[in-house]
Design a protein around this ligand. Structure first.
Ligand code: COA
Length: 260
């Protein structure tokens, strides 16, 4: 079986990043998160690349979140969990801070960290059979402040509260009606549509798009005070429930949470 990896490809003016871990539904492991900033820096430095598309390998999943099998080691205590969160934040910021437009092409499962990375993209297009969830509350983890902030900015606080508090699964149509994705296409038409939009962006004025992107990002960032949230995320990372959540997932059983 091929090693999980972030595959980086270029096709004309379009750069591609592909989450390639099909045995785990394209779950993003730490090496893959770490590979995103240098991949984006490579595209940023290449004037021939005019836009970037993220996708999962195959059609079963965009990404089923962060790789939970690494949590025992990588999120063993609040320090390592903080480090792990910083690596995930750096990956998102690399996409957000790039001057180039970034698209998420979403087929199949888009869960947890998969939603987080999709929200750090400028545009999200989904296949009709894709599904979405942020099951942080089912794992005992505190979802990142930047991801949560972008979620609220995209879907509003009412839908964001339901998504975060229930951790439940949503269909592509529900995601569209909440504003989580820009458009839903029949599965068979998604890739052609994304290539068409990417070609449209590739022909647009890069400096104009960079200005719009920076202004919109500035508006979203300015609305948040993250200090209390950061503290509460760290409390989750120190909790017994955090250990229980990841063990329950690996042991394929329902977690028993105690609130400590
Ligand atoms: N991290 C690590 N492993 C994962 C994973 C993740 N995020 N998502 C799936 N896997 C693994 C499963 O443990 C399973 O491994 P196994 O073959 O060794 O048993 C394999 O991928 C296939 O998953 P399975 O659950 O059997 O497939 P499915 O098609 O029935 O369900 C999902 C797919 C994505 C709905 C389900 O795997 C799931 O809910 N994943 C976790 C999602 C999650 O909580 N993400 C948030 C993380 S921040």
């Amino acid at each position: 079986m091929a090693k999980p990896a972030l595959r980086v490809e270029r096709n004309g003016p379009i750069g591609w990043m592909i989450f390639d871990n099909p045995a785990r539904r394209n779950a993003i492991n730490e090496d893959m998160w770490r590979a995103i900033p240098p991949a984006m820096a490579g595209f940023d430095a290449d004037p021939e690349v005019r836009c970037v598309v993220l996708r999962g390998a195959g059609s079963v999943a965009f990404a089923a979140g962060a790789d939970i099998s690494e949590f025992e080691k990588r999120r063993a205590n609040a320090n390592t969990a903080g480090e792990h969160d910083n690596i995930i934040d750096a990956a998102q910021l690399a996409l957000e801070d790039s001057a180039k437009p970034v698209l998420a092409m979403i087929q199949g499962y888009c869960l947890g960290g998969g939603v987080e990375i999709a929200l750090a993209c400028d545009l999200r297009y989904a296949g009709a059979s894709s599904s979405f969830a942020i099951p942080a509350a089912r794992l005992g983890i505190g979802y990142g402040v930047h991801g949560t902030n972008r979620l609220v900015a995209s879907v509003g606080h009412a839908a964001a509260r339901e998504i975060m508090l229930t951790g439940r699964r949503y269909s592509a149509d529900e995601a569209l009606s909440m504003g989580l994705v820009n458009r839903v296409l029949p599965d068979a038409e998604l890739e052609a549509y994304v290539r068409e939009i990417a070609s449209m962006l590739a022909a647009n004025a890069p400096l104009s798009m960079a200005a719009s992107k920076a202004i919109i990002n500035g508006v979203i960032e300015a609305s948040g005070d993250f200090s209390k949230g950061q503290e509460l995320i760290a409390r989750c990372a120190r909790s017994e429930d955090h250990v229980e959540g990841r063990r329950a997932f690996m042991e394929k059983r329902a977690p028993k949470f105690k609130g400590k």
